[in-house]
Ligand binder design. Structure first.
Ligand code: GDP
Ligand code: MN
Length: 382
């Protein structure tokens, strides 16, 4: 689960990681009281969206003039960043930045441990930095037992000769506290970019990103309550409520598959034949006709979808249940999209009979089916 920067910064404050003074607004008029409250005129306006790279997209603006701030806030609230509408702006007191660092903790599943990632060149996009200057990215493996060790932090700090001892001390504390937060919240990622040293030699988290592991959320009701369903992608929200694993993508082949592995393979096969999946959708291993119906109802709501590709392997799932779900959805929802069905496994003969009665063609080979889906796509009106 992603949370907003302002929510992440509240968590930081609870864990004693210093953050700039800030308040959220959803209307530029609210800036009047904020300007009188902050004791310096310089402010930063920051779009709150569940994605990074806001700075580059124009979603972070600095000003020290109230009228100008109102205009900028309006502009930001009218923005879409990577397809996401901005509904909230975080207003912060401007910070006098002396140095910018990058700090994060992630789960390293390949090595069954955690990883601390630090860079003395913070502020910029870390993926870009990894490409142009990989020696400026320092990593430390951390075992769950004994956890982050002080020597690991000192190894990083001794490589930063240009900052003062007092700045190093506050960095040391911030790194430790961020690790504590990472463990306490069972997050899959915590990131500060930039982690800054101010003109007064204090360490401050200027940005904050926390991604909470959904599988651990049941242990953290206070974190679960940070979810704002109205701000999530409407298709993903509906899918979550119906217990389907759905991720919106930007293609036009609507996919319905059972099992995450088969769903990934299906997307690869579609791409192999030059098609673009509109979504990842795993209806789960034991799906019944209702889940099939629900899944199709979500797929057809996406206006980008031109062709529907169904790829089901009936292991525990019964093919006849799948066929019934498809037929119900097709008739009740008046689905007119070309549909390609690849169905094989338990009770498949029964399913084929049902689908044949509805004039629906069934494939047994995945690649044949994918080819047909792309062919329909080429024939569909643009
Ligand atoms: P991102 O682009 O989504 O990662 O947004 P950030 O919160 O990281 O802001 C982008 C950049 O804006 C930072 O790297 C800083 O250089 C700059 N910035 C953000 N807040 C301040 C501030 O208070 N003072 C100054 N001088 N620069 C800031
Ligand atoms: Mn940032």
């Amino acid at each position: 689960m992603k949370i907003y920067e302002y929510q992440a910064k509240n968590l930081f404050s609870q864990h004693e990681i210093p953050v700039p003074l800030g308040k959220t607004i959803d209307n530029p008029q609210q800036l009047d009281s904020i300007f009188s409250e902050f004791n310096s005129p310089g402010i930063v306006l920051k779009a709150q969206v569940y994605t990074g790279g806001r700075g580059k997209a124009g979603g972070v603006k600095l000003t020290d003039d109230l009228d100008q701030a109102k205009i900028l806030a309006r502009e930001i609230l009218d923005m879409n960043i990577k397809g996401l509408p901005v509904k909230t702006v975080l207003v912060e007191q401007q910070i006098d930045i002396k140095s910018e660092f990058y700090l994060s903790f992630i789960q390293d599943r390949d090595n069954s441990c955690f990883k601390l990632i630090f860079s003395p060149q913070g502020g910029m996009d870390i993926e870009e930095l990894a490409r142009v200057n990989p020696d400026k990215i320092w990593m430390k493996a951390i075992k769950y037992f004994p956890g982050l060790q002080s020597y690991q932090i000192r190894e990083i700090l001794t490589q930063l000769p240009e900052i003062s001892l007092s700045a190093k001390k506050s960095l040391y504390t911030a790194i430790n506290k961020l690790y504590n937060l990472f463990i306490a919240t069972e997050s899959s990622l915590v990131e500060i970019n930039p982690l800054v040293i101010t003109g007064e030699d204090k360490c401050l988290a200027c940005d904050a990103k926390v991604v909470i592991d959904d599988n651990a959320l049941f242990r953290h009701p206070q974190l679960a309550s940070l979810r704002i369903p109205e701000h999530e992608d409407p298709f993903e929200r509906e899918a979550k409520e119906k217990k389907l694993n759905y991720v919106k993508l930007d293609g036009n082949v609507g996919c319905m598959v059972n099992g995450a592995g088969l769903a990934m393979t299906t997307m690869d096969v579609i791409k192999h034949y030059q098609g673009q999946p509109a979504n990842f959708l795993d209806i789960g291993g034991g799906a019944k006709s209702q889940q099939v119906y629900d899944a199709l109802s979500i797929i057809v709501k996406d206006p980008a979808v031109k062709v529907i590709f169904i790829n089901i392997f009936g292991g525990i799932v019964r093919c006849d249940q799948v066929a019934e779900g498809i037929i119900q959805a097709k008739n009740k929802l008046n689905i007119n999209h070309p549909m390609v069905i690849r169905l094989i496994g338990t009770n498949d003969q029964l399913a084929y009979k049902l689908l044949k009665n509805e004039n629906l063609q069934v494939f047994t080979e995945m690649s044949e089916a994918a080819k047909q889906a792309v062919k329909y796509l080429e024939e569909s009106p643009k």
